[in-house]
Design a binder for this molecule. Structure first.
Ligand SMILES: Nc1ncnc2c1ncn2[C@@H]1O[C@H](COP(=O)(O)OP(=O)(O)OP(=O)(O)O)[C@@H](O)[C@H]1O
Ligand SMILES: [Mg+2]
Length: 240
């Protein structure tokens, strides 16, 4: 683990990662020794039953949380043991996160929601607005920038969340069941958007319950009971 990849070939490396949540007198072992390597520009689907540890793995990959034991290297840097401020800094620079339930501020317009990460990054109001409008246009919401979340459809809300994940120009996009709350047509549109963002050169990792969606990824990782399961596979050749 001492060698650092200079060419980003191995973008993310989890080695023997465990995650244990203390719950009163007991403990929940959410991850039980995960080894995983992800290359730059891969498009990966993560599949597994409810409670198997998918979100936990995504939180660690996305620097929202750290392992209980084991190591995580992102882009050659050791992530385990960093404090919350250091994690936030890395997240803001490298990672966009999209959640199943959108996580939009209800009283802020689409544009204001997308501006939020740029507020934290200290970008001035004029540049923020211009950038937010450009990214909203990119996800097909040019005509919806002044709508509040409850004035948008589910698919549109998820597009706002994706635009917000994109504004700081992250090279990595992580999505935890981004189509879970959408009908099949909106889900297909959101999937097409992720495919486009992958084609543009981003690393994309998405959690799904849907085998159809998983079949569109280059590689499928199956999680079972906190471990990477049998049947994880390469779909290379199917996706271009
Ligand atoms: N903050 C927490 N505190 C205690 N236990 C937790 C916490 N977060 C998750 N767990 C437990 O860890 C295990 C894995 O949870 P995780 O959320 O990663 O599952 P998941 O695969 O994402 O499930 P789902 O498909 O339902 O979203 C579960 O048993 C869950 O109850
Ligand atoms: Mg989950």
């Amino acid at each position: 683990m001492s060698r650092v990849d200079s060419n980003n070939e191995r973008l993310m490396i989890l080695s023997d990662v465990t995650k244990v949540y203390p719950m009163g007198d007991t403990q929940v072992e959410a991850l039980r020794g995960v080894n995983l390597q992800i290359k730059s520009r891969e498009f990966i689907a993560v599949l597994g039953p409810s409670g198997s540890g998918k979100s936990t793995i995504m939180h660690i990959l996305g620097c929202l949380d750290t392992p209980t034991s084991g190591t995580y290297h992102l882009d050659g840097a050791a992530i385990q043991g960093l404090n919350p401020n250091e994690l936030a800094e890395i997240r803001n620079r490298k990672i966009g996160f999209v959640f199943q339930s959108f996580h939009l501020l209800p009283r802020a317009t689409a544009c204001e929601n997308v501006e939020l990460p740029m507020v934290f990054a200290g970008i001035n109001a004029t540049d923020r607005k211009a950038c937010a409008e450009r990214v909203l246009d990119q996800v097909g919401l040019k005509e919806r920038t002044r709508h509040l979340p409850n004035e948008l459809s589910g698919g549109e809300r998820q597009r706002v969340a994706i635009a917000r994940a994109l504004v700081n120009r992250p090279s990595i996009l992580l999505a935890d069941e981004p189509t879970g709350n959408l009908d099949s047509r909106s889900g297909a549109e959101i999937l097409a958007l992720f495919e486009e963002l992958h084609t543009e050169g981003r690393t994309v990792i998405l959690v799904t319950h849907d085998e159809m969606i998983a079949s569109r990824a280059q590689r499928v990782i199956r999680i079972l009971d906190g471990r990477i399961g049998q049947g994880s596979s390469d779909n290379h050749g199917r996706k271009e």
